[in-house]
Write a protein that binds this ligand. Structure first.
Ligand code: ZN
Length: 875
């Protein structure tokens, strides 16, 4: 699945779990009841479930009648299902009434005599529930009278039991028949093939769906409501799209590349798309960014970007769409046996995003994502000491940046080291051998070895079962007499816990006047030297050419070489490295002018982004001039917004402030205007209040500029905005505008209890995004009087996916306002090291908050491939 995101200038959706990052940044360690880390021993094999559901919309109640077919696997005196908050009305065993008992999360059915392996049972359970999670009712109310009605489920990780008594752990697979009785004008979507739609009387219809290939219960889905649909096909398999009926016109513009993705993945993997159809349903208030239910993905409606804005986002929602699609193979067809191996789902899905990016948007786009991801991964320090496969996730979720980003990186390295053909031969074999099965990581290594005859045990030992990644010091000298480059490589990571020395092959390229020469070396020691031939003194030495290894490296080079590398290195990662290195040469005009040139002319967006950021970090007059000048020759909105963002670093430059105000009013790109509004907020420009107010009152697609302006009022800190923010925070306004207004409002008039109370009042609203932003806003506000409201919400057990840990983190913030607050230094650790840690210590909390916001904006836009999920709520 993919995670939702809080805040940001655009849709607060997507995936990237900024939330867990927030918690790490805030120093909050959420205490959670974790998912079961190891697979259970099974008393029975659940083979088929016939699931008939009706709904009482008034009561938000589900009325269920489920019949399970199962075979006993080991001697047992009873049959137990997971069942949380369900009111069980009756149970029959092989059609005879049975006695049963329920506890907080189990339904236990007594057998008249002990059952033996091989015995079959048909168990029918009738029940009702008002689910607090697992199944959600999105209905119009007095504040939102026109919302299309929707009912949807979210099973992963262990929430199916809140609307269906079942075996709720991944290590079992079953076929399903889902029978949904709903108002006659609704559409429904569930797993598998649509068998029939029949009149059920009283203005109702009954839809019957059948999934004939077994998958795990967390992948069961029900979506029903007032939806619009669009239809397509892939090789005659239905490819269907659903949106709330008022946004059906957005399906094609955002989703039409789906069949091309199915084709690409089928070909690359050598295993055709395995299900009978592929549906994608976009639902409001979704509790994640996306969820890969078998043959029927559910995504947040934030993926239905406004058609006017789509051209400003070249990759649009493709990372989300390709991620969930990839899960249909990795996760659904082949499923992790336990949550400790969740990277076999998430690492692969994240890796496959880059396969689509590379095929459709080009190698440079994929290279940039990978380069950026590695820097972000290193900045999330809490991940470093944890292995990718682990079973000790009591206090931090298994759905973390290791399962997603590092898992994907490891697969990328594996592809590079095995070669494309061998790598995909290994994956094909893995999918074929384990089709319809549940797996652990050893099944993958075994399949790769069988298919390629290459032993990958050492590779997996260090990258998957071990933790961390190499941190390197690299330098070189040239020996004229021996005509050799002497390259010194030191591994500086602290060897402790699961982190050891790494052993990995590295491409080193030495460029002289005669051209480049490539060498492959094997790094394996704490400190070692490599002598490489070079007829003349090198102009450039690249260590790990093209960024093929997940690592951080301090490579000591003089400016001349960085400048040469910035312009001449053939691979994106090496040029981006040079840009980042030059961004540290404060007050160096030559660096600024080289970066400006690259910003305007590099052939890749990624290097241009990095150059813009580096210019912002230089912070000099020469740097701001480069950024301002480039605005006249760079038309692409996605680059312009990076330039504008970088301008937001120039605190003392009046010309920059004036320019930002002009850009906010009239730039050709909405993204650049939104970035200007944010920068205006950070810099508190002279006319900030007026410019932001005008943007709030103006019109733009989906309130894109309004929301950016509302969010910028917080950093400005001008109390004049209180009335306007209170107004936009109120129920009835657009949800995203409310999120932005709530976040800013929390930062004004901090001793005004009325504001605290207003925000705390939003905690009891049914709208997930509003509750999420209200709780974060209260944490940032620092008014301890909000603690009881947050604690009450926490106790309500009405919390899905990301909410509980988020709220715990906020309560901790309020209880320990002096606790170490380390957003910025930590994020920039890799780039700035001790220096920026120190710098962050001198920042005010407001500045730090604004850094977090900047971070969120950046992550929203850039970090689509890193997705970490917060732990599930307490059970
Ligand atoms: Zn996923």
């Amino acid at each position: 699945m993919k995670n939702r995101i809080i805040g940001g200038t655009r849709k607060p959706a997507g995936f990237v779990a900024v939330l867990s990052l927030f918690l790490a940044l805030l120093g909050a360690t959420p205490l959670l009841l974790a998912d079961e880390s190891f697979a259970r021993s099974k008393d029975y094999d659940l083979e088929h479930s016939r699931i008939a559901l009706r709904f009482d919309l008034e009561q938000k109640k589900v009325i269920g009648d489920v019949t399970h077919t199962l075979t006993i696997l080991r001697d047992t005196e009873g049959i137990t299902f997971d069942s949380a908050g369900l009111h069980i009305q009756s149970v029959t065993l092989n059609k005879a009434a049975a006695t049963f008992e329920t506890s907080e999360d189990k339904l236990r059915i007594a057998l008249s005599k002990a059952a033996k392996p091989g015995e079959k049972f048909s168990v029918e359970i009738k029940y009702e529930a008002k689910p607090t999670k697992g199944l959600y009712f999105i209905l119009p109310d007095k504040d939102y009278p026109h919302r299309p009605k929707q009912i949807w489920t979210q099973g992963e990780s262990e929430d199916t039991r809140y609307y269906l008594p079942t075996y709720d752990y991944p290590n079992d697979r079953l076929t399903t028949e889902t029978i949904l009785t709903v108002p006659a004008d609704w559409l429904t979507v569930s797993n598998g093939k649509l068998i029939s739609v029949a009149d059920a009387g009283s203005g109702l219809k009954t839809w019957t769906w059948r999934e004939s290939q077994p998958s795990s219960t967390y992948l069961i889905t029900v979506v029903a409501g007032e939806f619009a649909e669009a239809k397509d096909t892939w090789r005659s398999i239905p490819v269907d799209y659903y949106a709330p009926k008022d946004r059906g016109d957005r399906l094609a513009v955002n989703y039409s590349r789906t069949p091309a993705m199915i084709e690409l993945f089928s070909k690359k993997l050598g295993v055709d798309y395995p299900w009978e159809k592929y549906a994608q349903s976009m639902v409001d208030d979704f509790v994640a960014g996306g969820m890969e239910n078998s043959s029927a993905t559910t995504n947040a409606t934030s993926s239905l970007r406004h058609p006017t804005l789509v051209p400003e986002y070249p990759e649009d929602e493709d990372p989300l769409i390709s991620h969930e699609l990839a899960h249909q193979w990795f996760g659904d067809l082949v499923t992790c046996k336990d949550w400790g191996n969740i990277w076999l789902n998430e690492g692969f899905a994240t890796f496959m995003e880059s396969v689509w990016t590379e095929a459709h948007f080009g190698k440079d786009a994929a290279d940039y994502d990978r380069w950026e991801t590695s820097r972000r991964w290193f900045s999330m320090q809490s991940l470093y000491g944890k292995p990718v496969v682990r079973h000790d996730f009591d206090d931090s979720s298994e759905f973390d940046g290791n399962a997603y980003a590092k898992g994907a990186w490891v697969l990328y390295m594996l592809r590079h080291q095995l070669g494309e053909d061998a790598f995909y031969a290994g994956l094909k074999h893995y999918l074929e051998v384990n089709r319809g099965k549940n797996v652990v990581t050893a099944d993958l290594t075994k399949a790769i070895e069988e298919a390629t005859h290459t032993n990958v045990d050492q590779f997996f030992s260090q990258w998957i079962y071990g933790a961390g990644a190499p941190k390197l010091d690299v330098s070189y000298t040239y020996d004229e007499t021996k005509r050799q480059v002497l390259l010194t490589v030191k591994q500086t990571q602290k060897r402790e816990g699961y982190v050891g020395l790494f052993r990995f092959p590295v491409d080193v390229e030495i460029t002289t006047a005669a051209g480049p020469k490539l060498y492959n070396i094997l790094v394996s020691k704490e400190s070692e030297g490599f002598s490489l031939p070079s007829e003349t003194a090198p102009r450039m030495v690249l260590f790990d050419k093209g960024t093929q290894i997940l690592k951080s490296a301090e490579f000591k080079k003089d400016k001349k070489e960085w400048l040469f590398q910035l312009k001449n290195a053939s691979e994106l990662g090496d040029r981006a490295d040079a840009a980042a290195a030059l961004g540290k040469l404060k007050n160096d005009d030559e660096a600024a002018s080289a970066l400006g040139e690259v910003l305007r002319s590099d052939k890749t967006d990624g290097v241009r982004f990095t150059a813009a950021k580096a210019l912002g970090e230089l912070g000099s007059a020469a740097a701001s001039k480069q950024l301002l000048d480039s605005l006249s020759s760079v038309p692409q909105p996605w680059v312009r917004c990076r330039i504008v963002e970088a301008l937001g670093n120039f605190k003392d430059d009046a010309a920059v402030k004036t320019k930002l105000e002009a850009l906010a009013r009239e730039d050709s790109s909405y993204r650049a205007r939104a970035a200007a509004l944010q920068a205006i907020g950070r810099l508190k420009t002279p006319n900030a209040y007026g410019v932001l107010t005008a943007a709030v009152n103006g019109d733009s697609p989906d309130g894109f500029l309004r929301n950016a302006a509302l969010r910028a009022f917080g950093p400005v800190g001008d109390d004049k905005a209180v009335a306007l923010l209170r107004d936009w925070a109120a129920a009835g306004k657009d949800m995203e505008s409310r999120e932005a207004a709530i976040s800013s409002l929390a930062r004004l008039q901090k001793d005004n209890k009325e504001i605290t109370n207003q925000i705390a009042g939003y905690l009891s609203e049914p709208h997930f995004p509003i509750r999420l932003s209200a709780s974060f806003a209260l944490g940032s506000r620092g008014d301890a009087s909000a603690i009881p409201a947050l604690e009450a919400l926490l106790k309500s057990n009405d919390l899905s996916i990301e909410m509980a840990p988020m709220i715990k983190g906020q309560i901790e913030r309020l209880k320990n306002p002096k606790a170490k607050f380390r957003p910025y230094g930590q994020m920039e650790e890799e780039e700035g090291g001790a220096e920026s840690e120190e710098a962050s210590a001198t920042l005010t909390e407001d500045q730090r908050l604004s850094h977090i916001e900047q971070l969120v904006e950046e992550m929203n836009d850039r970090l689509k491939s890193i997705e970490t999920r917060l732990p599930p709520p307490p059970k």
